[in-house]
Write a protein that binds this ligand. Structure first.
Ligand code: GUN
Ligand code: ZN
Length: 441
């Protein structure tokens, strides 16, 4: 096993930054390096010190003057919507019925699912995302395709079969027994196999009967180590419909609370219209609200109130939510997050953006011992970012005097062209996109 030394301007966070001056929240090495042995990081820091720890025949990947960071993390998106991104003109419920529930039916075909899974993983990697949490379709075949494609690339990925047994086309509905049997079988096969983690995934209250919610409760109780993901309080029509289906619940959050679905491994997409009581329930249970800015703007859903989450002490993470989200790029996502918060008079510092895409999201997943930073012993999932990749960026960068300014330019102007390299478990992945498994469409 040959040592690999990744040289560049190394940046990694150790804590949540409190503002643009919080230099204690990160470690930055202008001439830095990360030493990788096999799939793990052995050391990171100043180049000279780290080089002295490497074997004599070390391979050196010199990325100067690019930035070297932990791989980016996306905490919510939909793998079967890869080909439904940019579907025009509707808000949530109409958009689901018009586009998404049509597209997701194609995932009954394992060849189609495999083809899209391959493209999906490559798209994540070309945007610098090395770990993501995705919904698959209702078909177990889609979960097989998803985890196979992740395993082929060595990626740490979280996902699961969506549970839905009403308010969707017949071809996308399972039933309580089938959702229990299929999910249990998939957990047995995939959870903690290599770098895979399973997420029990009732889509949202609208598409699950009370009987299926009971099944979800059982699945969570029987598999406490698995993640749970669902959608909460994204759109006003959705909230009215969901609460009408569960008249005994005091509010939308209470629907999930009643079925035992809220805990510190629960990821709740959107959380836009929660009141203080609901956010307090999230804070008490440790459940994470997932901020999906490009999606919330694209569907006209509303604005995530980050300051209220912080004031009440509830956890939150950031995500693309492709295909309502309009980009696979976490950098573009943070650009839109900044604007969503601006509209509410809230501020997102560039340091906080980069913390959120890395260590912050790793903490939200309880995976910060493995991913999200460059500490010794962590997985060698690493991204290399070029702040001058586009002519307009190169021009703007000439005026830059600080790291914080550079990060803000990256967040505001970057796209996948700025991802100079991405390493998964120590392997350089750029330019290694797999050929499609089968024709698509
Ligand atoms: N709510 C339930 N399903 C979905 C979905 O696929 N996308 C979004 N944005 N919201 C949802
Ligand atoms: Zn979603």
């Amino acid at each position: 096993m040959r040592d690999l030394l990744i040289r560049g301007r190394v940046l990694t966070f150790v804590n949540e930054p409190s503002g643009v001056d919080d230099t204690a929240s990160y470690r930055f090495f202008e001439d830095g390096a990360v030493l990788v042995r096999g799939a793990a990081i052995v050391a990171s820091g100043d180049y000279d010190r780290v080089k002295s720890l490497a074997a004599a025949d070390v391979t050196i990947d010199d990325h100067r003057p690019n930035l070297v960071l932990p791989g980016l993390i996306d905490t919510h998106l939909h793998f079967p919507q890869t080909q439904a991104i940019a579907s025009y003109g509707a808000q949530l419920l109409e958009w689901l019925n018009t586009y998404v529930f049509v597209e997701e039916q194609k995932f009954a075909d394992p060849l189609y699912a495999a083809s899209i899974a391959s493209r999906f993983m490559d798209e994540l990697l070309s945007n610098g995302t090395t770990t993501a949490v995705a919904y698959c379709s209702v078909h177990p075949e889609s979960v097989e395709a998803y985890f196979m494609a992740a395993e082929e690339r060595g990626m740490r990925m979280i996902g699961g079969k969506v549970l839905m047994d009403r308010n969707a086309p017949e071809a996308l509905r399972d039933n309580p027994q089938r959702s229990y049997d299929e999910t249990t079988r998939l957990i047995t096969k995939w959870h903690n196999r290599g770098r895979a983690h399973y997420a029990i995934s009732p889509r949202f209250a609208i598409t699950s009967t009370p009987e299926q919610m009971e099944v979800s409760r059982t699945l969570v109780a029987e598999n406490p180590d698995c993640y749970v993901q669902t959608h909460l309080s994204e759109n006003k029509d959705e909230i009215a419909f969901a609460t009408s289906l569960y008249p005994d619940a005091v509010d939308y959050t209470d629907i999930y609370a009643r079925y035992g679905l809220l805990g510190d491994k629960t990821l709740l997409g959107h959380c836009i219209y929660l009141d203080d009581r609901e956010i307090s329930v999230l804070a008490e249970t440790g459940a994470v609200g997932v901020f999906c800015p490009t999606s919330n703007l694209f569907l006209g859903s509303g604005l995530f109130d980050r300051d209220r989450f912080d004031r009440i002490g509830a956890r939150w993470s950031v995500a693309t939510d492709v295909g309502a989200g309009t980009s696979f790029s976490m950098l573009e996502t943070m650009d839109e997050a900044y604007k969503v918060l601006q509209l509410q008079g809230q501020r997102l510092s560039p340091l906080n953006s980069f913390y959120r895409m890395t260590l912050g999201n790793a903490r939200a997943l309880g995976l910060d011992d493995r991913i999200g930073s460059l500490h010794a012993g962590a997985d060698a999932d690493i991204v290399v970012l070029d702040s001058c990749a586009k002519p307009a960026m190169e021009l703007r960068m000439r005026t830059v005097k600080s790291l914080v300014e550079e990060l803000f330019i990256l967040q505001t102007m970057a796209d996948d062209r700025c991802v100079a390299e991405v390493y998964v478990a120590g392997n350089a992945m750029k330019g290694k996109a797999r050929p499609e498994a089968a024709p698509t469409g």
